[in-house]
Design a protein around this ligand. Structure first.
Ligand code: FUC
Length: 774
C-alpha cells in the first residue's frame, strides 16, 4: 500500500509555532495550528522580503589583497585578519532590515464549545492536506487546509456532518505595514509596502464561500452564521516579480473561485501525488506505529527505535521540498518557506556555505529534479552582482559570491572574516547544475543553462589562485574554512589562511565538472587545458600527524574541536574527490576526522548531524550512519518533525532525507576520462542491521536511472533499473553479495557474475532491467 504510515498526527492543537503543520505550494505557505476555538493559520509568500539591493562591496578592497596574502604567507595571521576586516570586508546589515517576513495570520474564531471529543490533527504527506477533526455532542466537525500549486491559493474547508452548524468570525492580520479591510461580506483585502517602503509591495485577499447560512461584515473581519459548510480561498502576491500584486490576486481569486471545493481538492492532490508518489520507502515495522507523532518521537527520544518513523521522516523531507520549491518559485530558504514574525533568524535568507546546498541534496536522488530549478534560478541571478564583486573585491574576471545571499542577490564579502571572507559560495552552488545534468543526462541543460554559469564561476578562480612563494603550488586565499578558527604555535587565534582544504576541494569539483563538460560537449578545449594545468598545480590535501585530514594548510591547534562545520570533508560529500576505493588513505583520514569531531561534541546542530549521516553513508558504515539518523531525530527534531536550530532550520530535514537515500543507493557519474566511461551504481552501500527487511522504489542514480530494490534479512534480493538514457554502468552489489542474474525484456543478459566485484552493463533508453542478487 502506498500511503502506509504517511500521516503525522496529534491529539491536541499546536501550542507553539514549531508544533503547527506546514503546507505549501512552493510559493504560498502556511502553518496550521488546529485550535478548536481559535484556528491560527500563519501565512507566508516566498517573495515577501524587506530591503533592496544596495552596494555592499567595500570600495578599493582589491588593492589590499596582495598585502593580506603576503601577511598570511609570512604567518602573520592575526595581522592579516585585521587588515581584511578593515579594508576588504563589505557592509553587513543588521538582522531584520533586509529580511524574509510573515505575510500575516488568517484566524478563525469559533463559538465556545463545552464538550469536545475525539480531537485529531494531522498532516497527510501523500495528499498534502492538513486536517482537523473533532466531535461536539453528536456532530463531527472537519477542517481541511491545503495550498494548491494548480490554483495558486490556500484553501480552507470547514464542514460538519450536521446542517447549519458552522458559525465563526474570520480575520486577516499582520503585525506591521498592512492595510486591512473587509470590502464585502465575503471578501477581506490586505495590502501594504514592507518596512515603510523599503521592501516589496504586497497584497492578499480572502474570500469566503459559504454553503447555506448568513454572511456579514463583523468587528474582526467577516462573520458566517449557521452555514452547512464553508470554503475559504486565500491568495497573495508581491511586486517582487514585477507584477501588480492586487491584479495578480484578483485574477487568482477569480479563477480559483470558479471551481468548487471538490474540484480544487482533486486537482491539488493529483498534482502533489504526481511528484510525491514517485518514491516509496519501507524500512521495517515499528511497535509505536499507532501512536501520535509527538508520542512516537518522544518514545524514540527515550531510546526506542522506529524504522517506520525514519521512513516517514524521509518522506517528510520530500514533502517539504515539493511544498517549498516548485518551478518558478523562490528557492527553499533557511526555513524553506515557513517563517513567523518580522525578524526570523538570519533573516531566513539563503546561506550558501552549506545550508542551501543541503536543502537541495535530496532533489535529484529522491526523484524531485524539477524542485531543484528554483535553486538554479538563484545561482543564475547571482551573476550580475557576482561579476561586480569579483572585480571590485578581487580584481578578477568571472563571478563570485560569499557565505550568504538574499532575495536581492548580493554577493559581497560582508561582516566578519570568520564567516564572510569566503568567495566559494557560487562555486559550491554550481555543483548542483552539474549534478542535475549527471542524473538526467540532459545535454541541452548542460550546454545552455549549466555550463555558462559553471564556466563563469571557474573563470574567477583562474584569476584568483596565486602561487605559494615557497611550495610553488597554486593556492586560494585569503579565506576562512567556514566558520572555524585555529590557534597558531605563537598563540594567535585567527581564521584566514592561504589554501584552506575546502577551497581547493571546491575548486577541484568545479574545474573537474567544467573539464568533463568540455569533453562531453566537445567545446572550449583551450579553457579545458588551462583548468587541467591549474588543477595539476593546485596544492594537495594533507594528512596531519594524528592521521586526520588537515582543515588548513598547516597543522594548527583547534580551539573548537567539535565545530559544527566539517568543511574540509566536502571532498567526501557532497564532492567526489575522496572515495573509499579511489583514495583509501584520504578516506581513512576523513574517518579519523569525523570520529574526532564527534568525540568533541560535533554534530550538535541538525544540519551538522545530517551531514555526518551522509559522510558515514559514503564511508559505507551503515551502523554509524544509522546512529546519526537516530541522533538527528532524538536531539534535533521538533514535534512537527521540523529540524531544530532554535527555532527551526530546514536544512537538517533535507540533509537527513538525502542521507537516508545515500545509505540505500549510491552512484558515481560516468567519467569521460575513464576508459570504460562507466559510472558506478552501488546497491545498499550502508544498510544498518536495524533495517532488516525493506524496499524502495523510484530513487534515482546518476546516468538517468530509476532504481527499485527489495532486501530481506539484511540482504538484497532483487532490483529493477529503468533507464531513461543509453549508457554503461558498473553495478556493485551489497558487500558480501553477488549479482546472480540480469534480465531485460524476457532475455537473460547475465547469469551469475562470478567473483568480480562489479559488473559492467550497457543499458538502452526506455528499457527495464531486472536484477537478482545472491
Ligand atoms: C551558518 C551556520 C549556523 C547557521 C547559519 C544559518 O552560519 O554555522 O549554524 O546554520 O549558517
Amino acid at each position: 500500500m502506498f500511503n502506509d504510515d504517511m500521516i503525522l498526527w496529534y491529539r491536541q492543537p499546536a501550542k507553539e509555532w514549531v508544533e503547527a503543520l506546514p503546507i505549501g505550494n512552493g510559493r504560498l505557505g502556511a502553518m496550521v495550528f488546529g485550535g478548536i476555538q481559535r484556528e491560527r493559520i500563519q501565512l507566508n509568500e516566498d517573495s515577501l522580503w524587506s530591503g533592496k539591493l544596495i552596494e555592499r562591496d567595500k570600495p578599493g578592497a582589491a588593492k589590499y589583497l596582495p598585502a593580506a596574502r603576503r601577511l598570511l604567507f609570512e604567518g602573520k595571521y592575526a595581522e592579516a585578519e585585521k587588515l581584511v576586516e578593515e579594508k576588504i570586508m563589505g557592509l553587513r546589515i543588521e538582522g531584520g532590515i533586509h529580511t524574509y517576513q510573515t505575510l500575516g495570520d488568517l484566524e478563525l474564531f469559533f463559538e465556545p464549545q463545552s464538550k469536545v471529543s475525539d480531537y485529531r490533527r494531522e498532516l497527510d504527506l501523500d495528499s498534502a492536506i492538513a486536517r482537523i477533526d473533532y466531535r461536539v455532542g453528536d456532530a463531527t466537525f472537519t477542517r481541511e487546509v491545503f495550498s494548491t500549486a494548480v490554483h495558486q491559493a490556500i484553501v480552507v474547508r470547514l464542514d460538519c456532518d450536521k446542517p447549519g452548524m458552522i458559525t465563526f468570525d474570520a480575520s486577516l492580520s499582520r503585525p506591521k505595514d498592512a492595510n486591512i479591510e473587509a470590502v464585502a461580506p465575503n471578501l477581506i483585502v490586505i495590502h501594504g509596502h514592507l518596512n515603510d517602503g523599503n521592501g516589496v509591495k504586497f497584497s492578499a485577499q480572502l474570500k469566503l464561500l459559504p454553503e447555506g447560512g448568513k454572511l456579514m461584515i463583523a468587528d474582526k473581519g467577516l462573520r458566517v452564521e449557521n452555514a452547512d459548510a464553508v470554503t475559504l480561498l486565500l491568495v497573495a502576491a508581491t511586486n517582487y516579480r514585477g507584477e501588480d500584486p492586487r491584479a495578480v490576486c484578483e485574477n487568482q481569486l477569480t479563477s480559483a473561485a470558479k471551481k468548487n471545493y471538490a474540484e480544487l481538492r482533486r486537482a491539488h492532490v493529483a498534482e502533489h501525488q504526481r511528484l510525491f508518489r514517485r518514491v516509496e520507502l519501507r524500512l521495517g515495522k515499528s511497535g509505536t506505529v499507532n501512536l501520535p507523532t509527538d508520542e512516537r518521537l518522544a518514545a524514540l527520544q527515550k531510546g526506542s527505535d522506529d524504522p517506520q518513523l525514519i521512513a516517514q521522516y524521509f518522506q517528510f523531507g520530500r514533502y517539504l521540498l515539493i511544498s517549498s520549491s516548485r518551478p518558478g518559485a523562490m528557492p527553499a530558504n533557511l526555513q524553506g518557506l515557513w517563517a513567523d514574525g518580522l525578524n526570523p533568524p538570519w533573516n531566513a535568507d539563503y546561506h550558501i556555505n552549506i545550508n542551501i546546498q543541503m536543502n537541495y541534496w535530496p532533489a535529484e536522488v529522491c526523484n524531485l529534479a524539477e524542485c531543484h530549478e528554483p535553486f538554479f534560478d538563484l545561482i543564475d541571478a547571482l551573476r550580475p552582482r557576482g561579476r561586480i564583486t569579483a572585480e571590485k573585491t578581487y580584481n578578477c574576471r568571472g563571478f563570485t559570491a560569499h557565505h550568504t545571499t538574499d532575495a536581492w542577490h548580493f554577493t559581497s564579502a560582508i561582516g566578519s572574516p570568520v564567516y564572510g571572507m569566503w568567495p566559494f559560495g557560487a562555486a559550491w552552488c554550481c555543483q548542483h547544475l552539474w549534478e542535475h545534468y549527471v542524473f538526467s543526462g540532459d545535454r541541452e541543460f548542460l550546454a545552455k543553462r549549466a555550463y555558462p554559469i559553471m564556466k563563469e564561476a571557474a573563470e574567477f578562480f583562474v584569476d584568483y589562485l596565486v602561487e605559494h612563494p615557497k611550495s610553488g603550488y597554486l593556492v586560494s586565499g585569503p579565506s576562512t574554512s567556514p566558520e572555524n578558527r585555529f590557534r597558531t604555535t605563537d598563540g594567535q587565534v585567527a581564521c584566514l589562511t592561504m589554501g584552506a582544504t575546502m577551497d581547493h576541494q571546491i575548486i577541484y569539483d568545479l574545474f573537474t565538472n567544467c573539464i568533463e563538460t568540455s569533453k562531453i560537449l566537445g567545446i572550449d578545449e583551450d579553457f579545458r587545458q588551462k583548468l587541467e594545468y591549474m588543477l595539476s598545480r593546485l596544492a594537495p590535501m594533507k594528512i596531519g600527524s594524528d592521521g586526520r585530514l588537515l582543515e588548513w594548510p598547516e597543522e594548527f591547534e583547534e580551539p573548537e574541536p567539535g565545530h559544527r562545520h566539517m568543511s574540509h570533508l566536502f571532498g567526501l560529500h557532497p564532492g567526489r574527490q575522496i572515495t573509499l576505493r579511489g583514495t583509501p588513505e584520504l578516506a581513512d583520514a576523513v574517518r579519523k576526522t569525523i570520529d574526532y569531531r564527534l568525540s568533541h561534541g560535533g554534530g550538535h546542530t541538525g544540519w551538522s548531524r545530517a551531514w555526518i549521516i551522509n559522510f558515514f553513508a559514503r564511508l559505507e558504515d551503515g551502523e554509524q550512519a544509522h546512529e546519526n539518523v537516530l541522533a538527528l531525530l532524538r536531539q534535533s527534531t521538533l514535534p512537527n518533525l521540523f529540524d531544530n536550530h532554535p527555532p527551526f532550520q530546514i536544512d537538517g530535514n533535507f540533509g537527513g532525507c538525502a542521507g537516508i537515500a545515500e545509505m540505500l543507493l549510491q552512484s558515481y557519474c560516468a567519467n569521460p576520462s575513464r576508459k570504460s566511461g562507466a559510472g558506478e551504481i552501488h546497491f545498499l552501500p550502508a544498510l544498518p542491521k536495524a533495517w532488516t527487511d525493506g524496499h524502495f522504489r523510484g530513487l534515482r542514480a546518476r546516468g538517468g536511472l530509476e532504481v527499485d530494490l527489495t532486501w530481506r534479512d539484511g540482504r538484497a534480493t532483487s532490483a529493477v533499473l529503468k533507464a531513461s538514457i543509453m549508457g554503461k554502468h558498473r553495478l556493485r552489489p551489497p558487500s558480501g553479495q553477488q549479482i546472480a542474474e540480469i534480465r531485460s525484456g524476457g532475455d537473460v543478459l547475465l547469469l551469475h557474475h562470478g567473483e568480480a566485484e562489479t559488473i559492467l552493463i550497457d543499458v538502452q533508453a526506455g528499457q527495464t532491467y531486472e536484477l537478482i542478487f545472491r
